[in-house]
Design a protein around this ligand. Structure first.
Ligand code: THU
Length: 142
C-alpha cells in the first residue's frame, strides 16, 4: 500500500472521529479501511447512557462494509481524538478478523502489522465448521 493511501485512510479516520458520539468517555475514535474492491469505508464510536450498549468505531465500520456492498478488508487504520494511531480493543480485533483479507495490514501504534500479528491464534469460521461438519456426519449416521 502506498504512503499516500495510508495518509488518505488516516484522514478518513480523523474525519470519522470528528463525528463520534462520545459524551461519556470523551474519547472519540475514528476507523477507516480499504476494501478489496477499492472502497474506503469508515466508522466512529457511538456511546450510550447504558455504557455497555456502546458501539466501537470498528462496529460501525463493519456495518458500513456490508451496507455498501460487502467484501474484505485490505488496509485498516484507527485513531484517537488526537489523530494518533489507536490499537483496536480485543473484541474489535475479532470483528476485523472475520472480515480480513489474507493481505490485511493494520496501522497500529507500533507500526504496520498483519491480522495474525494483531490477533495471534485467532478463532474463525473454520474452527466451527470442522466440528459442526463432523457432528452432522455422526448425526446422519445414527
Ligand atoms: N473504542 C473504540 O471505538 N474502539 C476501540 O477499539 C477501543 C475503544 C471506544 C469505545 C468507547 O466509546 C471509548 O472508545 C472509550 O473506551
Amino acid at each position: 500500500m502506498e504512503e499516500t493511501v495510508w495518509q488518505q485512510l488516516h484522514d478518513e479516520a480523523v474525519a470519522a472521529m470528528q463525528r463520534a458520539y462520545a459524551p461519556y468517555s470523551r474519547f472519540p475514535v475514528g476507523a477507516a479501511a480499504i476494501t478489496t474492491d477499492g472502497r474506503i469505508i469508515s466508522g466512529c464510536n457511538v456511546e450510550n447512557a447504558a455504557y455497555g450498549a456502546t458501539l466501537c468505531a470498528e462496529c460501525s465500520l463493519i456495518s458500513q462494509l456490508f451496507a455498501t456492498g460487502g467484501g474484505k478488508l485490505l488496509a485498516f487504520a484507527c485513531v484517537n481524538g488526537r489523530g494518533e494511531a489507536l490499537a483496536p480493543c480485543g473484541r474489535c480485533r475479532q470483528l476485523l478478523s472475520e472480515h480480513a483479507d489474507d493481505r490485511l495490514i493494520l496501522a497500529m501504534p507500533a507500526g504496520h502489522m498483519s491480522i495474525d500479528e494483531v490477533l495471534p491464534g485467532r478463532f474463525g469460521a473454520s474452527n466451527i465448521h470442522d466440528v459442526v461438519d463432523s457432528q452432522s456426519v455422526i448425526n446422519t449416521t445414527e
